[in-house]
Design a protein around this ligand. Structure first.
Ligand SMILES: O=C(CO)COP(=O)(O)O
Length: 290
């Protein structure tokens, strides 16, 4: 192939040019193979109910000066009240998500924020079905599924969270719980093009007890299989499934190596810019595998 390129350039192709062509050829082949085998890596930072104007200014400064790998979608989800501040100060390379949205069009819904309003202030994403909303606020599968459909209809992309509690895992119900929550989304979502699924085992959230790469991979593979059987093979192969639950700068590398882990949703560690950047850049582990 390299000879063909060189020959096409006639006999004027000295060995130096051959070397340059070789490097370009190997480089492009490497990235084509990587893109062929891997979905675009996705890393989201869920800041939850944390921060002040000052601490967020500092965090945004850290993110703005971080060196982030190019081929990763990076999204941060500040508390609603700071979205505008972040939007006005964060580099465009990082997109903004909200942590929730209302189930339908705005109106007389005290304390709620509509998808239209989020789009209006520059949000591209919304996190829906987070376990803290399921288990503390009491949102159920169908309510969350309807929210997802409405957000998608307003051109927000969604990070659809699922995950089992500790007692459910110990009772051997991990797959049943995750599939039931997935069904809640599938009952209402007609196109999955703008959906990222986040598997976040509740027992791993904020506990420092991360799922092992094998535990996470097992559920991610099962989720992909569920999508194949219940939605379509295309959706199964094209939908990113990211892991969340005590991800940090030390454990992200081993998790990223797993075939069906297409990125992360990060809580606590996303509040520290340099550590979040390490997690974003763990995509390099994926490239090694590819
Ligand atoms: O809930 C999470 C992200 O949505 C994970 O939180 P931690 O990374 O703090 O465990």
């Amino acid at each position: 192939m390299i000879n063909k390129i060189c020959n096409a350039g006639s006999c004027l192709c000295p060995s130096k040019w051959k070397k340059i062509f070789s490097i370009i050829f190997l480089f492009s082949t490497y990235f084509n193979i990587f893109n062929f085998f891997c979905l675009q890596f996705f890393v989201g930072g869920n800041w939850k109910c944390n921060g002040t104007k000052d601490s967020i200014k500092k965090l945004v400064g850290e993110l703005n000066s971080a060196t982030l790998e190019n081929d990763v979608d990076v999204v941060v989800a500040p508390p609603f009240v700071y979205i505008d501040q972040v939007k006005n100060s964060l580099v465009d390379r990082i997109e903004i998500s909200s942590q929730n949205s209302w189930i339908g069009k705005g109106g007389a819904f005290t304390g709620e924020i509509s998808a239209e309003q989020l789009v209006d202030i520059g949000c591209k994403w919304v996190i829906l079905g987070h376990s803290e909303r399921r288990h503390i606020i009491g949102e159920d599968d169908q309510f969350i599924g309807k929210k997802a459909a409405y957000a998608l209809s307003q051109n927000l992309k969604i990070i659809a969270c699922i995950g089992e509690k500790l007692d459910e895992r110990e009772a051997g119900k991990t797959f049943d719980v995750c599939f039931q929550q997935l069904k809640g989304f599938a009952d209402h979502v007609s196109s999955w093009a703008n959906v990222v699924i986040a598997y976040e085992p509740v027992w791993a959230i904020g506990t420092g007890k991360v799922a092992t790469p094998e535990q996470a991979q097992e559920v991610h593979a099962a989720v992909r299989d569920w999508l194949k059987k219940n939605v379509s093979a295309e959706v199964a192969s094209e939908t990113r499934i990211i892991y969340g639950g005590s991800v940090n700068g030390s454990n992200c590398m081993d998790l990223a190596k797993k075939e069906d882990i297409d990125g992360f949703l990060v809580g606590g560690a996303s509040l520290k810019g340099p550590e979040f950047a390490i997690i974003v850049n763990s995509v390099t582990e994926k490239k090694v595998i590819a």
